[in-house]
Design a protein around this ligand. Structure first.
Ligand SMILES: NC(=O)C1=CN([C@@H]2O[C@H](COP(=O)(O)OP(=O)(O)OC[C@H]3O[C@@H](n4cnc5c(N)ncnc54)[C@H](OP(=O)(O)O)[C@@H]3O)[C@@H](O)[C@H]2O)C=CC1
Ligand SMILES: O=C([O-])CC(=O)C(=O)O
Length: 436
């Protein structure tokens, strides 16, 4: 079958499908060039920032601005998804954008998503991977490994460095990329550098993503990055933005299970309140073990208030000391948990933690920040805050501290949220979980 294509200078060229197959296996490895998906019609398109002397690339119809961004390698080959939707009862393809896609966490996460573990065995996925000039070659390596994994549900992979292209039509945006804090770097500096990344990505999501995109911010400082992102995306509901605190919830469950001598699945109703930082509050007052309040099962209340709380707050740092790098595998597991909590109904009586926009919360927590709180979902991607939680003086005091920290972070990034001039008066104990 002949396919009309454009080379980078937009001359029309005709290829036979066998040539296309060859080209699509070889051309994507050219640095600046990637490939169009040949979908249902066997038509392909290209948009390519390519040097003039580089290879010609396939394209179909004249590019319409709403068409798909470039695809990678084997994912550009012919397939008929609609037929498979019918014969295999597959659902409609969903677009999942991932930033920091060449990083450690993504290296675990992408393979879970592509395998069907996250969105289900009947859900085909398109992965849209955002990197940078720094990582574009590594990103091609990631795409090659995805090709070699032969995942039946993985129907498209595209890589790029422009969030306005990569986030096109994204229904999920998993924002992992962030600069790690280097030696001697002030926390305010980290907030500013990463804040700028998240401001740009928020603008890009606002411009090109699905209007109902669900955004999970992982890159640290994730609460304030999520706040910056949502403030720069006014056309997307603020409720759609999450900061990942599920890893903290999982860590808290693990410690409670260990102390009580039970398996993890007996621990429920664990809330992480506040910031994904060393001021976070793992709530043992409302948590349950085997259906009983934790305080009735774990009688050592001093342990709960001191050791347990600090262990959860600093788990990331201890892990960095052992591993020499921050949690990647368990973080990716917790991202999967966070997504699955939004797309499956929350078990009766239970809840999950997520950093969400605090406007309208029933707990008296300051509005206008991204604060981790207990959520329930009907499984439709949305959530509601849990109302029937109790507070005591200890919990209130701790929550006030993490709230003060987030308000200070917010003042520090006012220049990125459109709220005036930044004033950075961060409390001395403001630290990421990984910082000791
Ligand atoms: N919320 C949570 O529970 C957790 C959050 N984290 C956070 O997740 C983030 C990613 O962790 P991980 O995948 O292990 O990190 P990696 O260092 O392996 O990858 C991070 C990616 O961030 C990107 N990046 C963006 N801007 C910069 C920059 N200025 N300098 C360097 N790299 C940059 C890089 O990709 P590129 O060059 O393509 O942009 C890099 O691949 C970190 O911020 C970490 O602190 C980690 C664990 C738990
Ligand atoms: O501090 C870090 O970079 C790692 C982190 O968030 C964690 O382990 O919870």
């Amino acid at each position: 079958m002949a396919v009309t294509q454009f080379n980078p200078t937009c001359q029309k060229t005709h290829f036979h499908s066998s040539q296309l197959s060859f080209l699509s296996r070889t051309l994507p490895r050219q640095r600046h060039c990637s490939f169009p998906a040949i979908r249902r019609t066997q038509h392909a398109r290209i948009s390519c920032s390519v040097a003039p002397n580089e290879v010609q690339v396939p394209a179909v119809k004249a590019q319409d601005p709403k068409s798909k961004p470039d695809c990678y390698g084997v994912f550009c080959l012919t397939y008929d998804l609609r037929a498979e939707e019918e014969t295999r009862s597959w659902k409609k393809l969903i677009n999942i954008a991932v930033s920091g896609a060449a990083g450690m966490i993504a290296n675990h996460l992408l393979f879970k998503i592509a395998s069907g573990e996250v969105f289900g065995p009947d859900q085909p996925v398109a992965l849209k991977l955002l990197g940078s000039q720094r990582s574009i070659q590594a990103l091609e390596g990631v795409a090659m490994e995805l090709e070699d994994s032969l995942f039946p549900l993985l129907r498209e992979v595209s890589i790029g460095i422009d969030p306005y292209e990569v986030f096109q039509d994204a229904e999920w945006a998993l924002l992992i990329g962030a600069k790690p804090r280097g030696p001697g770097m002030e926390r305010a500096g980290l907030l500013d550098i990463n804040g700028q990344i998240y401001a740009e990505q928020g603008k890009a999501l606002n411009a090109v993503a699905s209007r109902n995109v669900k955004v999970i911010v992982v890159g640290n400082p994730c609460n304030t990055n999520a706040l910056i992102c949502l403030k720069n995306a006014p056309n997307i509901p603020a409720k759609n933005f999450h900061a990942l605190t599920r890893l903290d919830e999982n860590r808290a469950k693990c410690q409670l299970a260990l102390k009580a001598g039970v398996f993890y699945d007996k621990v429920s109703n664990v809330t992480i309140w506040g910031n994904h930082s060393t001021t976070q509050v793992p709530d043992f007052l409302n948590a349950r073990i085997d259906g009983f309040p934790v305080k009735e099962v774990v009688r050592d209340h001093k342990w709960l208030e001191e050791e347990f709380t600090e262990k959860v707050q600093k788990r990331g740092g201890v892990l960095i000391q052992k591993w020499g790098r921050s949690s990647a595998a368990s973080t990716s597991v917790s991202i999967v948990d966070a997504i699955r909590s939004l797309i499956t109904p929350t078990p009766e009586g239970d809840w999950f933690s997520s950093g969400v926009y605090s406007d309208g919360n029933p707990y008296g927590i300051a509005e206008g920040i991204v604060f981790s709180m207990p959520c329930r979902s009907k499984g439709d991607g949305d959530y509601e805050l849990v109302k029937d939680v109790i507070f005591d003086d200890y919990l209130r005091k701790r929550i006030a501290k993490t709230e003060a920290e987030l308000l200070a972070e917010k003042r520090c990034v006012a220049h990125l949220t459109g709220e005036g001039i930044a004033v950075c008066d961060l409390p001395g104990d403001t630290m990421l979980p990984g910082e000791m």
